[in-house]
Write a protein that binds this ligand. Sequence first.
Ligand code: NAD
Length: 516
Amino acid sequence: MPASSLDSVRISDLARDLVHFSGATARVLAPFTGELLHELPLGSAGDVVDAATAARVAQRAWRAAGFAHRRAVLLRAHDLLLERREELMDALQSETGKTRGQAFEEVFSGASVTRYYAVAARSVLATRRRRSGIPLVVSTRVGYKPKGLVGVITPWNYPLSLSLMDVVPALAAGNAVVQKADNQGALSILASRRAFIDAGVPEALWPVVAGDGDEIGNAVVDVSDYVCFTGSTATGRKVGVRAAERLIGASLELGGKNPLIVLDDVDPAAAAADAVYSCYSSMGQLCVSIERVYVLRHVADSFTRAFVERVRQLKQGGAFDYSTDVGSLTSAAQLERVSAHVDDAVAKGAMLLAGGRARPDLGPFFYEPTVLAAVTDDMLCAREETFGPVVAIHVVQSEDEAVALANASEYGLNASVFSGSLAHGRRVAERLDAGSVNVNEGYRATFSSVDAPMGGMKQSGIGRRNGAEGLMRFVEPRTVAAATGLLTLPRTGKEFAAVAGALVSVLVVLKALRQR
Ligand code: NAD
């Protein structure tokens, strides 16, 4: 199996786009083989400051060029992403170890979000009249000014789609972006960025820097007017505190411990087939991946049997085509974390229904998709995010119990309900404390709905990406209200005495007319 399907010339060509003057490099390994993929050039905090200065200059022209220009550029970028999809999937698989199918999902979602904001930005951000405080006397409008420079910090697991979900709306609103890429995802980001540069985004408008998390991450927060962070809850908390010290806004897209409820009216085999995909896509290294299943007693045996059977049939391997169902974990650190969670659970009495071991015969970081039962609260995998291919199946007596257990987590990112009736599924979905809830799907129904907000409740984050909400992060609303001159507002005691009665009547009439 080759380490990568990108040749080394192409890899160093892409890596040249990084902002790097420090001279330092990091060894990036290919997950499928453990071989060296490339030596990644690293940047410093000083590089971030210089890149930010140039980006601010580029932003003025980008903003002035207007929505129509930005729309045309972004739509061209959309086409180039699709044209170059094979290379993008090669880069994604080479860096993350995911399957071709899951690399395809990333390109699909990156292109979708690009088209969406290219088309939607102008109407969402149009200046609009609002109700004035005193009808006819005051006229009020709200417009939107881009923040300026948006900092984007991204993880390694979905480098292309998660970057574009923040970068594209920031650009569409007229901002510049300075991005910190995780070392393990930099090539995928650079390959997708090339599509935008070739489509007409100025190079200086979107610099990408890789390097030490604390140094580069802090520098990005310090130079930006707003910061988008995607990663762990622990790092997100640090980013949030630093942003708060500077009084800039932040959206924090953090971890999850996502539940899936199987109601007693499902077809167990069909539900199991969809549930398995939701748990093991990208080897569970997906923020919205399912790690806890609550199945109603009535269907528990048949669902669990079908689920385990399906897991055993998954074809695992490191192919750069669509011939496999699950790939590799991304790094040695991930293998260690996943093994630790499973070993801890088994040592404390959990039952292993499938998987539970590494597969060094397939590659250095491969681990079998794993199903656990009898998981108790004292086990690491009960409450902590495993961020790997490990699922605990719990049998519950009632819908109420399933909902209570699903909600009993410090996280609230994603959840899922499987039911034979959409109406029933939706009713249960309304009771779940999660930013996104999928019915008869694990995560793709909400993940693909780029017009709808996506984000976490509780410790899973602050703010939302996607939809109008995802765009409004990147602008400052500016209210302009003008005195129309129809009537002069009171300034002296005498003038108040003259108009107070009339102003009270205005309020009474507005209420009677049920006006806002
Ligand atoms: P991480 O927090 O370790 O790293 C994320 C990014 O932050 C990396 O680029 C890293 O270099 C950088 N970083 C490290 N220290 C920093 C600091 N002090 N300041 C600023 N940036 C810093 O997370 P990870 O291991 O790369 O990603 C896995 C985690 O991300 C999981 O918890 C997963 O659930 C979460 N995640 C969440 C979403 C979401 O949309 N909610 C999406 C993907 C991943």
